[in-house]
Design a binder for this molecule. Structure first.
Ligand code: ZN
Ligand code: FE
Ligand code: FE
Ligand code: FE
Length: 179
C-alpha cells in the first residue's frame, strides 16, 4: 500500500491490529484449555470475550474511515503465538505450566498495548476523535489483561513453579519440545 501520510500509516496500523486480534481470538481457547488453574483459565476465557469486542471495534473503525483491513498477516503476533504453541507442545512440569503460559501471554498483551497506543496517538493527531476513543477503550482492556496476568502469576503460578522443584511431569503432549 502507499505509505505517504500519517493517515496511510494509521490505516496500516489498524489492518495490522485486525490481523493480530483475529489471531489472538483463535489462540485464546487453546491457552484456556492448557491452563492448570481455574483462575488463569477464566482470565483467558474472559479476555477472549474482550478480544471479540476489540475485533468489532476495529470493524467499526474500518467502516468509519472507509478501510478494508485486508492487508495481510501480523508477523509479530504470528511469532508470539508460535512461541505460545511451542510451550503448549513442550514437555513441561505440571507446576510450571501456568507460569509458562503467563510468560507467553504477557508478551502478546505488551505487543497489543504498543500497537493500540500508537494507533490511538495517530488517530488523535489526525483529529479522528471517535476512532481514538475506541482504540483507547481497547488499550485499557489490554492493560487490564496484562495487570491481571501479573496478579495471577504473583499470587500463585510462580510460587507453585518454585514450590516443588523436582517434579518431572509430562503435562503437555510430548510431540514437541522447546527448540
Ligand atoms: Zn482520516
Ligand atoms: Fe486484544
Ligand atoms: Fe504487527
Ligand atoms: Fe489482549
Amino acid at each position: 500500500m502507499a505509505m505517504n501520510t500519517l493517515e496511510d500509516l494509521l490505516a496500516h496500523e489498524l489492518a495490522d491490529l485486525y490481523s493480530a486480534e483475529t489471531q489472538v481470538a483463535d489462540a485464546l481457547p487453546k491457552l484456556a484449555n492448557a491452563a492448570r488453574s481455574q483462575e488463569l483459565r477464566t482470565a483467558f476465557e474472559e479476555h477472549l470475550e474482550e478480544t471479540l469486542g476489540q475485533i468489532r471495534r476495529l470493524e467499526e473503525i474500518a467502516h468509519e474511515l472507509g478501510l478494508t483491513m485486508d492487508e495481510g498477516t501480523c508477523r509479530a503476533m504470528e511469532g508470539l503465538l508460535t512461541e505460545a504453541d511451542e510451550v503448549m507442545n513442550a514437555r513441561i512440569g505440571e507446576d510450571v505450566v501456568d507460569a509458562s503460559l503467563v510468560a507467553k501471554a504477557q508478551r502478546v498483551e505488551h505487543y497489543e498495548i504498543a500497537a493500540y497506543g500508537t494507533a490511538a496517538s495517530f488517530a488523535r493527531q489526525l483529529r479522528h476523535g471517535h476512532v481514538a476513543e475506541l482504540l483507547e477503550q481497547s488499550l485499557d482492556e489490554e492493560k487490564n489483561a496484562d495487570a491481571m496476568l501479573t496478579r495471577i502469576a504473583e499470587s500463585g503460578a510462580n510460587e507453585r513453579a518454585t514450590a516443588r522443584g523436582t517434579s518431572e511431569g509430562t503435562t503437555f503432549e510430548a510431540d514437541g519440545g522447546l527448540k
